[in-house]
Design a protein around this ligand. Structure first.
Ligand SMILES: NC(=O)c1ccc[n+]([C@@H]2O[C@H](COP(=O)([O-])OP(=O)(O)OC[C@H]3O[C@@H](n4cnc5c(N)ncnc54)[C@H](OP(=O)(O)O)[C@@H]3O)[C@@H](O)[C@H]2O)c1
Length: 278
């Protein structure tokens, strides 16, 4: 059966490559982006790979638009089997440098948007007993990092939501997963929101930027990370937590004793055993 895949944030980076890789693997891909006039790179990559993708407009923070897009796809294709929540935005700044508006904006795109899309596709997936929801989080979803307070806060939040959902969704045949990239060469750094007020933090921020620049000099390619995202989305393995590279696995391992999520799964799954399922 052809998988019907909805991918967000496909104008650049990992989302663009993941969309093409999913299509190469045989999925029917609906590739969404905020501004469809920026679809050239995606269409060229799809063309080069000899596949087609269906490009549609979606700003993931527009919840009414998200509901409309999910309805349209369901009406045209009959269902959505695969949601790849890839759209996201970086943000640099420590607490004092961030306005509540900036912190909320990070939560809107990196937390509320993937959560809302998951809620939209879940009823159909549950009814059919089939589906996968994969959210591209970050090593920053497991390791809090200096000058990434709002970004890591939102990525931690979405990981917590998805891991909580995973145990229940699995009982209805729906896989809920996250994939955590480390540094990936994409438009991410250029698109990240930066602080306007430096305050007492100039030297520390300079040191952070120098360290991050070093990490990005050795970044994974977006094509490679995109292929890992597609593989995690299509895998038959029952597994919550994925990373896009060995570097990312080592990174999250600093914080987690459970890099593939199997220990949390084994720990929480017995909590929802019922008389019917025992
Ligand atoms: N690059 C890294 O080092 C890194 C590491 C860990 C995790 N990540 C995560 O990986 C994912 C992909 O990032 P990337 O590295 O490929 O960066 P990217 O090239 O900047 O791609 C991010 C994509 O998200 C889209 N986007 C942003 N806000 C959106 C919105 N409100 N609605 C719809 N689309 C929106 C962007 O679209 P526009 O073109 O419209 O801005 C862009 O296509 C993100 O979730 C990011 O947090 C990245």
């Amino acid at each position: 059966m052809t998988e019907i895949a909805l991918v967000t944030g496909t104008s650049s980076g990992m989302g663009m490559h993941a969309a093409v890789e999913l299509a190469r693997a045989g999925a029917r891909v609906i590739a969404t982006m905020r501004d469809t006039t920026r679809s050239d790179r995606l269409l060229a990559a799809a063309d080069a790979a000899g596949v087609a993708v269906d490009v549609r407009a979606l700003d993931v923070t527009d919840h009414a638009a998200a509901a409309r897009v999910v309805d349209e796809i369901t009406a045209e294709y009959g269902r959505i089997d695969l949601l790849v929540n890839n759209a996201g935005q970086g943000g640099v700044g420590t607490a004092e440098q961030l306005s509540m508006e900036q912190i909320r904006a990070q939560a809107e795109v990196n937390y509320f948007a993937p959560v809302h899309l998951a809620k939209l596709v879940l009823p159909g997936m549950r009814e059919r007993g089939h589906g996968t929801i994969l959210t591209v989080t970050s090593v920053g979803g497991a390791v809090g990092q200096p000058f990434a307070d709002a970004y890591c806060g939102a990525k931690f939040a979405v990981e917590g939501f998805m891991q909580s959902l995973a145990a229940v969704a699995e009982r209805f045949g729906v896989q809920v997963r996250v994939i955590e990239p480390a540094a990936v060469a994409s438009d991410f750094v250029q698109n990240a929101v930066r602080p306007t007020e430096i305050g007492a933090y100039g030297e520390l921020l300079d040191a952070y930027v120098a360290r991050t620049t070093g990490a990005f000099a050795k970044a994974q390619s977006a094509a490679d990370a995109g292929a890992e995202i597609a593989a995690a989305a299509l895998s038959d393995e029952i597994r919550f937590r994925w990373q896009s590279s060995d570097v990312a696995t080592a990174f999250v391992g600093v914080s987690l004793a459970d890099p593939d999520g199997s220990r949390v799964r084994a720990f929480t799954a017995p909590w929802i055993v019922t008389d019917r399922s025992a």
